[in-house]
Design a protein around this ligand. Sequence first.
Ligand SMILES: [Zn+2]
Length: 222
Amino acid sequence: MIEIIPILSDSNCYLLKKNSGFILFDTGFKAKRKLIENSLENAGVNQNNLNLIILSHGDIDHADNALYFKEKYKSNIAMNKNDEGMVINGDMSYNRKNKPDKIKLFFKLIIVLSKISGKKEQFDFFTPDIFLESGYSLKEYGFDATIIETPGHSAGSISIITDDGLLLCGDLLYNITGKPECLMIDNYLQYNESIHKLQKMSILKVYPGHGKPFGFNREIIK
Ligand SMILES: [Zn+2]
């Protein structure tokens, strides 16, 4: 059984825990580094047991501390190649449409908050060590879990599904408006395909990129 330790903040990070060590899913804002760092230390993360850092996508609110934690915990950073340009040069419009297919007012609020949280900060650019695609097994890192490509919010968005039916979905679904939904869909076609993919899986619980974890129900994400 994989234990998931949520580190809930402006944007969420999750620690996957087993006897064999940890995987960190998303790394949060630099402004929240101390909070995240404390949570990692309380959970027992050290230089020898952080098996991998995985990014759900390349947006700064999920990838800001990636380089810092990679160096601190001697771990590799893994993500999907389609978001690579976002983290190599900090271009959040990389591989995205000029105008997203859907953008909710709430999302615009998040962008404003991001600008406040990230003021006068420079994103620490990096080159990912490992690229992840659908079907990539996390067994070699000690976890019975698999990567699923779930593009829509960005072209390189990925999720983790554990063999126990726990889904970590990044920004495919937010849970801050009272119902799970994506607040910024770059590409509707990709998003719909991603949702259909999930509806065919047996999922018990969803751990979103923003907001609290929630129970999965095929109806709620139609
Ligand atoms: Zn986000």
